[in-house]
Ligand binder design. Structure first.
Ligand code: DQA
Length: 164
């Protein structure tokens, strides 16, 4: 059975809001180290994520910031309002205990998302302080990570069935 055939979705329900958050330097996607991060812009990644989310019956809000505190506030603002957070914290992944704590106080699904596979890169990228408070992590699949992350949310919330 193909993957497409194995997926069933119900986009008729209003399944809630997904917050898609991006950390520092990700506003430069498309231009920044394209050999690592690809040539797709942040706006295009967001459009792909939104398209997938809406197909599964979710709506999607997005925010990018180079400031740790702005991301902490965005996570707080999602509490009680959003069913899930998909976050690419950029370099904050590796040392922001403030983002760790904020995500720990969020009671929905949390997907940690990376374009590259940090574990295959420099040793300082091998630690994620976000991973312990994430439902799961998607890394290393480039632009495909966006629909995968939305499907992961859908799977966790019963909006999509993957496989048998
Ligand atoms: C990244 C990986 C991080 O190590 C890095 O600091 C980034 C991007 C990724 O998407 O692969 O800014 O989160």
């Amino acid at each position: 059975m193909s993957t497409e055939a194995a997926m069933s979705t119900d986009a008729t329900a209003s399944r809630g809001v997904i917050a898609l958050l991006h950390g520092p330097n990700l506003n430069l996607l498309g231009d920044r180290e394209p050999e690592i991060y690809g040539t797709t812009t942040l706006a295009d990644h967001i459009a792909t994520a939104r398209e997938t989310a809406e197909r599964l019956g979710f709506s999607l809000e997005d925010q990018q910031s180079n400031q740790e505190g702005v991301l902490v506030d965005a996570i707080h603002a999602a509490r009680g309002r959003c069913v899930a957070i998909i976050i690419n914290p950029g370099a904050f992944t590796h040392y922001s205990w403030a983002i760790h704590d904020a995500l720990g106080a969020f009671d929905g699904v949390v997907v940690e998302l990376h374009l590259s596979n940090p574990n295959a890169r420099e040793p300082w990228r091998h630690t994620s302080v976000v991973a312990p408070v994430a439902t799961g992590t998607i890394a290393g699949f480039g632009a495909h990570g966006y629909p995968l992350a939305v499907y992961a949310v859908g799977r966790a919330l019963g909006a999509v069935t993957l496989g048998g």
